[in-house]
Design a protein around this ligand. Structure first.
Ligand code: BDP
Length: 683
């Protein structure tokens, strides 16, 4: 169906863009599985772009004329690629990097790399240049990924459902078994590799009965087949494991990490996994969180728990990715120590230095839970002697569930650019997660996927930009959100300038629009419990899961200061600590996260909090209508089948934005008794 090809549709090049036709691939004769993929992708991409089916593949021997050709090879493999880079000033990158250059004499292009995966990334880079209409007559470029681990987390369950999935059902499983549609899995691997992803975990972090079995001989042959599909695209496979496996499926009476029998059980489980999948990546673990089992059940801590698994994986080169999303979901707001925002730091920071070097802690970008706006988690970078990666959520759980438009790259970028000041100025999150700030052994970025069985992968067609953008940003955090958006638009819809401008603006304003009608000033969580869609003023407010906005008739917000509140601000390094602590300096956009203020409190913008609440809801709802109009204006300019896919979603967004506006405004009008200055209708 339309949209399935996503950004790899390779709409044929027309006119000027197609001056030079590249119709031949020159490839090394010896190719491993990934090089095979690289060569096939190149032939397929060139074929589609230049409208000739599939480009011919010729062997490098005999060095066929380079003109109209793209040659691909590894450094030192004696192919024409070696010849073409010899004597140039271009460095030859190692690892997953690559270089591309155009031979001035013949106009032929060469892609060289140290590894097949580098060559594959080089292929996708060239196809991206061609597909976005960039000139290729004089290429001289070298690229390497900034982040070593570039990971996707699937939250798929074997019954076919996807936790927080908004695009149909699982493409991996149905009826408690693997699906037979391996082609779709390969197509997914292809999409991921094309934007630089190199690791994937294939089951939900909440591991239930069936998924617990994935590490057993009964299911490993199936897992191995999936691993092979992803391997062909240079992507390593991980599994989420159930911490209580020895107890639940191993016949043991405990899962205590210090119990010798338990340790032996995991060692033998690891041996079995690696016998089936020699390049298996490792485990993703959610423990002691939201009713999942973990080391706390045995009076042990998270270093004990993760190290035990790490020891079992270590002989095989595997890693443990241990999630820090640990808090007490059965708390009530007893005292300052039960502030959920504090939990990850309180649990993990004291353990710094105790983790084995094949353990990585995975920390959500914010201290709560993927809200439209949160401060950056203070745990990021706070553990100098511990490997860390950051976790984003591409799935739009709290940002419109792929029914509303919300391009998340600007949000992620803001997080990566954030300066923690942990080692003085310039201690940005991007330098923590790329490993350079603390010299970490393992580092990188992970994110929860937003795809499912829907024809166009993401339900909302424009949500594809989030998956694409995630990969591109993780590859190179210096890319701007606009650049990434523009690439995606051109690859998806073709080269029309007006289309690029209209969709570009829609994407770039969408986060702020969504924020303004839902949860400005970082108030967070005013959603329906459980499914988390749509407004609900007090949905979670009096539940055990936590208290979030503290609205009463005087004011709103959570006092997280150290002086009078929960003490959360003390988890930040200076000067961020002071910035958030003082009401005067706390940025408006984070105000209610850090302070409880009267409705009459005046923001830096000069507006009162209550007026800001009203204005943003009215503006946000109005701007949602503009999104719809902008999209409507593209009818006839872009592929009608693609256009149709977003029309209804945008119409729905307009309606839901009004609901948000009315529910929230009414609530605060009644709480505060303060009328809207502009006298607009509040129900
Ligand atoms: C929350 C989701 C929940 C996940 C949890 C997690 O609502 O479904 O299991 O995060 O990250 O955002 O473990």
């Amino acid at each position: 169906g339309a949209g399935y090809g996503a950004w790899l549709e390779y709409r044929g090049l027309k006119g000027e863009a197609a001056q030079t036709k590249y119709c031949r691939v020159i490839a090394p004769q010896e190719r491993d599985i990934v090089m095979e993929t690289a060569v096939a992708e190149l032939a397929r991409g060139l074929g589609h772009l230049f409208g000739q089916g599939e480009a011919a593949i010729v062997a490098t021997t005999g060095s066929a004329g380079l003109s109209s050709s793209v040659a691909i090879g590894l450094w030192g493999d004696g192919t024409i690629v070696d010849e073409l880079f010899r004597g140039t000033a271009l460095p030859e990158p190692g690892g997953e990097g690559y270089a591309i250059r155009t031979d001035r004499e013949t106009g032929g292009i060469a892609i060289g790399a140290a590894s097949p995966i580098g060559a594959l990334y080089g292929v996708f880079h060239l196809l991206r240049l061609l597909g976005t209409g960039r000139p290729v007559e004089a290429l001289e470029l070298v690229e390497r990924p900034v982040n070593p681990l570039r990971m996707i987390n699937q939250w798929d369950n074997m019954d076919g459902s996807v936790e927080r999935g908004y695009a149909g059902s699982s493409i991996f499983y149905e009826n408690n078994a693997f699906t037979s549609d391996t082609e779709r899995l390969s197509d997914y691997a292809r999409l991921l590799a094309s934007c630089g992803i190199n690791a994937i975990s294939i089951n939900n972090v909440n591991v239930h009965r069936h998924e617990t079995m994935l590490i057993t001989p009964a299911l490993l042959p199936e897992v191995a087949k999936v691993a092979a599909l992803f391997r062909a695209y240079g992507i390593r496979l991980f599994l989420s494991v159930n911490y209580a496996s020895p107890l639940e499926i191993g016949g043991l009476v405990t899962a205590d990490p210090l119990d010798e029998g338990v340790r032996e059980w995991w060692r033998s489980a690891a041996n079995g996994i690696y016998a089936a999948i020699p390049d298996f990546g490792g485990f993703v673990v959610k423990a002691d969180s939201e009713s999942r089992p973990g080391p706390f059940d045995y009076g042990r801590d998270h270093a004990d728990g993760s190290n035990m698994l790490a020891e079992a994986l270590r002989p095989h080169g595997g890693i443990v990715i241990w999630r820090c999303f640990v808090y007490d979901c059965k708390q009530d707001w007893r005292d300052r120590s039960t502030d959920r925002a504090r939990a990850a730091y309180d649990h993990f920071k004291p353990l710094d230095g105790r983790f084995l070097d094949n353990v990585i802690l995975q920390v959500k970008n914010g201290p709560l839970d993927f809200q439209v706006r949160e401060p950056v988690s203070p745990l990021l970078g706070a553990m100098e002697r511990t490997n860390q990666i950051i976790e984003f959520q591409i799935a739009q759980e709290y940002t419109g569930q792929q029914r509303h438009l919300c391009y998340l790259v600007p949000q992620w970028k803001e997080t990566l650019d954030y300066d923690t000041h942990l080692k003085g100025e310039g201690s940005t999150v991007k330098r923590i997660v790329d490993g350079s700030l603390h010299g970490s052994r393992y580092s990188g970025i992970a994110a929860v996927s937003n795809i499912g069985s829907d024809d166009n992968w993401t339900g909302h067609l424009l949500a594809q930009a989030n998956l694409y953008g995630y990969g591109r940003l993780v590859w190179d955090p210096e890319l701007s959100a606009e650049e990434i958006a523009e690439e995606w638009i051109r690859l998806t819809f073709g080269g029309d300038e007006r289309t690029a401008a209209v969709i570009g603006k829609m994407l770039m304003t969408s986060w702020e629009i969504y924020e303004s009608y839902t949860a400005p000033l970082a108030v967070g969580f005013m959603v329906n419990p459980d499914h988390h869609y749509g407004p609900n003023v007090d949905g979670y407010e009096y539940s055990k899961w936590g208290t979030y906005h503290f609205a009463d008739r005087q004011g709103i917000g959570v006092d997280r200061t150290t002086h009078t509140g929960t003490g959360y601000t003390s988890q930040y390094a200076a000067p961020n600590r002071e910035l958030y602590e003082a009401l005067e300096s706390c940025p408006d956009e984070l105000l209610l996260f850090f302070h409880h203020v009267p409705y009459t409190h005046v923001l830096h913008s000069g507006k009162s909090v209550i007026q800001h609440i009203y204005d943003t809801r009215f503006e946000g709802a109005a701007r949602a209508e503009e999104l719809k109009k902008a999209w409507d204006s593209l009818a006839g300019r872009i592929d009608a089948r693609l256009h149709r896919q977003a029309v209804e979603r945008l119409a729905g967004q307009v309606e839901y934005a009004k609901e948000w506006r009315d529910v929230i405004n009414t609530y605060f009008y009644r709480k505060s008794g303060i009328a809207d200055e502009l006298g607009r209708k509040i129900y």
